[in-house]
Design a protein around this ligand. Structure first.
Ligand SMILES: Cc1cc2nc3c(=O)[nH]c(=O)nc-3n(C[C@H](O)[C@H](O)[C@H](O)COP(=O)(O)OP(=O)(O)OC[C@H]3O[C@@H](n4cnc5c(N)ncnc54)[C@H](O)[C@@H]3O)c2cc1C
Length: 459
């Protein structure tokens, strides 16, 4: 027997739950499906647990630096890994429980546990049940990519998801992938007390960023004792549980890096391979991401794709914004589009890197005439008071329109301070809207008007 709904949401990531609740509140009978953990990646295996673990790692780091602040701690700093994991689990459980309760109590919303798979453009099978709706919303997210390295399959390795179960200190963690997820884990485990080596195939870490950002970040992490092996080639895993290693060049006698555990952090694949998309007529691109238009409609009428699965963002805030776009267009008669979104994200190393808009490389490539401002964090009072002066702030402005094109803030509290730039960009105002504004002293954001007050032509 077919169960009829007005809408079906597949996946409880960062877009699905909010959309299901809005659809339910509008009187539409809505089913939302989850095959694993309610709340999806961010809540269970992504942002929330990693940032909770990073908080523990920072506590250890600050405790070790106590002497710098005149705080004498008698005895060694010991990290209790089972307790660190238990604290992470508690924070995750609160969020996971919160989303589950929210969905379970929402008007007109039915939460169904199970794997959803299209049988036609309007029907989705979940186990024995067949659901039908004229509108279907895909929010199935992604999973860690496992590269086709030699040795994968025989040699044990960890992914970012597996790291959630770790309650011990790896003696030597080898992180394959010097990008956002890999670097957060690298610094975290170094601070917990592991030896850490990061292996990256590109000539520099976070290769999407400007050279100076990559170099400063690497130096910052090296100062904490993390080793880097860049331009690694012909990667090959070897060894067995507790004694693993990786060959990192193509010579006949390859130089191996031996460790106790390997974390593969080389990107994420979209969860589209097992959704029956061909039965629904939903097209994907060569990498498996669902093709969508500016309002997140797929190639199949009545089917939308939101979040990481559409390849238009890879963050919690982009997924949530996808929900806002779809809800505004469908329910509020308010035309919103993905192309209205200004790219913004952070890498949560300590100190973090916060980014908005274009990088310096992108501005140069665009050929436009631009202004550039840069300030070392050592000039920022808040950074000096906290004894955390690493990094710099950089901003790029269009010389003609005076609008901000982009910024990279690498330094203490950069992830918060960036928002004054983001808001002015979103409001379509020139940089003078910030440079003439009084900010609170002593904060990091206080120096952003000063930074913008000293722009020079980009050479
Ligand atoms: C280690 C790590 C750290 C991260 N840190 C950050 C951060 O600090 N900030 C940030 O903005 N982003 C971060 N991200 C990214 C962020 O987690 C995602 O962008 C975010 O969760 C949005 O995902 P989503 O809404 O597309 O779906 P997801 O959160 O991935 O959820 C998809 C859900 O759909 C379910 N599902 C899949 N297929 C089916 C099916 N066929 N039937 C039923 N259910 C299905 C899955 O089980 C899952 O629960 C991080 C990611 C990782 C891995």
């Amino acid at each position: 027997m077919i169960e009829r709904f007005d809408a079906i949401v597949i996946g409880t990531g960062q877009a699905g739950p909010a959309l299901a609740v809005r659809l339910g509140a509008s009187g539409r009978k809505t089913a939302i499906l989850e095959r694993k953990l309610v709340g999806g990646t961010c809540v269970n295996t992504g942002c929330i647990p990693t940032k909770t673990l990073i908080a523990s790692a920072r506590a250890a780091h600050v405790a070790r630096r106590g002497r710098d602040f005149g705080v004498m701690i008698d005895g060694p700093i010991v990290v209790d890994m089972p307790r660190v994991k238990a604290r992470k689990d508690e924070v995750v459980a609160q969020s996971n429980g919160g989303v589950t309760n929210w969905l379970s109590n929402a008007a007109n919303v039915t939460l169904i546990h199970g794997h959803g798979c299209f049988e036609s453009p309007t029907t989705v099978r979940v186990g024995e049940r067949l659901l039908e709706a004229p509108q279907i919303f895909i929010n199935t997210g992604g999973r860690p990519a496992v590269p086709t390295l030699e040795g994968v399959g025989e040699v044990p390795f960890l992914t970012s998801t597996d790291m959630m179960a770790v309650d011990f200190l790896p003696e030597h963690l080898i992180v394959v992938g010097g990008s956002y997820i890999g670097l957060e884990f690298a610094q975290m485990y170094r601070r917990f007390g592991s030896r850490v080596t990061v292996i990256e195939m590109a000539p520099r870490i976070v290769a999407r960023e400007d050279d100076e950002v990559s170099a400063t970040l690497q130096k910052m992490l090296e100062s904490e004792g993390i080793d880097f092996r860049l331009k690694a080639e012909c990667l090959k895993l070897y060894g067995h549980a507790g004694e693993v290693g990786i060959h990192v060049n193509c010579q006949e006698e390859p130089r191996g890096i031996a460790g106790s555990h390997v974390l593969l952090a080389v990107g994420r694949d979209p969860n589209t391979h097992d959704l029956g998309l061909d039965m629904a007529g939903v097209k994907t691109n060569a990498r498996g991401f669902i093709e969508v238009d500016d309002e997140l409609r797929t190639s199949a009428p009545g089917i939308w794709a939101l979040g990481d699965v559409n390849g238009r963002g890879a963050f919690t805030h982009t997924s949530y914004n996808d929900y806002e776009i779809v809800a505004a267009n469908l329910l509020d008669n308010d035309r919103r589009r993905v192309s209205d979104r200004i790219p913004v994200y952070a890498l949560f190393t300590d100190p973090p890197l916060a980014r908005v808009g274009m990088s310096e490389r992108e501005v140069r490539a665009s050929g436009r005439s631009a202004l550039h401002g840069k300030m070392m964090m050592a000039r920022v009072g808040r950074a000096r008071e906290r004894g955390e002066t690493q990094g710099f702030m950089q901003v790029l402005v269009d010389a003609g329109t005076k609008k901000i094109l982009g910024a990279a803030l690498l330094g203490i509290e950069a992830d918060e301070a960036i928002h004054c730039i983001v808001d002015v960009m979103a409001a379509g105002q020139p940089y003078t809207a910030i440079s003439r504004t009084v900010h609170i002293h002593p904060t990091v954001a206080e120096l952003i008007p000063t930074l913008l007050g000293d722009l020079k032509p980009l050479q």
